[in-house]
Write a protein that binds this ligand. Structure first.
Ligand SMILES: N[C@@H](CCC(=O)N[C@@H](CS)C(=O)NCC(=O)O)C(=O)O
Length: 247
């Protein structure tokens, strides 16, 4: 069996899938794509336009949740979902869906706006990625890449402010799931990995970190390797953060 994960540096749903692969000790090759190149390459290689995408021999799978389901079918233990007759089964699925459909967009839009203001910070997220072009060649294109990503994700100042205003309420929801034992167990489930990767990306933005770090939500980052990228202090205007800090 050969498993190829199509990924992108800094992508949080890709980090979700990589954490699941590590947990299940599944060998895989990772193909690192340049930002937005998945729109073309994804269609050809795995039949999608977003990362993560996966090829398992001839089979093509797109999206973090379908990939997680496929990994559970491939290697049953440790399971990413409770047994179907377990009382927490539906709640874990609901938390995972919310993590994908709602919460995943929050760090994406906030970091896109931070990159517009500090495009050089994007490079720090490349970590050990084997990019198809030398970094020195990519560097001059970072401001344009940041603009294209923000446009694709509909990220602008107003969206970042709205996301920051809504963040305390969303972290309350995650903290409540942790208090109820749905999230935050010793062994992560699919929702821990889906939501935890978003919390981890948020915490890589130094200006946003204080809104998260003292909360139980921050503990979901322990299922992942240390984050490589960072957006340094001052990328986001201080007045955007005041309301969220006092919430
Ligand atoms: N929610 C889906 C989509 C993931 C997604 O949107 N990934 C971003 C990178 S973090 C992407 O590929 N964006 C490119 C685009 O939207 O065209 C998942 O969890 O797989």
């Amino acid at each position: 069996m050969t498993l190829k994960l199509y990924s992108q540096p800094g992508s949080h749903p890709c980090a979700t899938v990589e954490a699941a692969l590590a947990l299940k000790e599944i060998d895989y090759d990772r193909v690192d794509l340049l930002p937005l190149s998945q729109l073309l390459i994804g269609r050809l290689r795995y039949g999608g336009t977003t990362v993560p995408g996966m090829r398992l021999d001839g089979e093509r799978i797109v999206g973090s949740r379908p990939i997680m389901r496929r990994l559970d079918a491939l290697v049953a233990e440790p399971a990413l979902l409770p047994a179907t007759d377990d009382p927490s089964y539906e709640t874990v699925l609901e938390a995972e869906r919310w993590g994908d459909e709602t919460f995943q967009g929050v760090p994406r839009r906030i970091i896109d706006v931070a990159f517009l203001r500090d495009p050089a910070a994007m490079e720090s997220y490349a970590g050990d990625a084997k990019l198809p072009l030398p970094r020195a060649l990519l560097r001059p294109g970072l401001p344009l890449t940041a603009r294209m990503m923000a446009s694709r994700n509909k990220a602008r100042d107003e969206s970042a402010r709205a996301d920051l205003d809504a963040l305390p309420g969303q972290l309350d929801r995650i903290d409540a799931w942790i208090a109820d034992g749905v999230l935050g167990g010793d062994q992560p489930n699919a929702a821990d990995l889906q939501i935890g990767s978003s919390v981890r990306l948020l915490m890589s933005i130094v200006d946003v970190r204080p809104l998260v770090e003292a909360r139980p939500s921050a503990r979901l980052t322990r299922y992942f390797p240390p984050m490589v990228g960072e957006v340094g202090p001052g990328a986001l205007p201080a007045e955007w953060l005041h309301a969220s800090a006092s919430a």
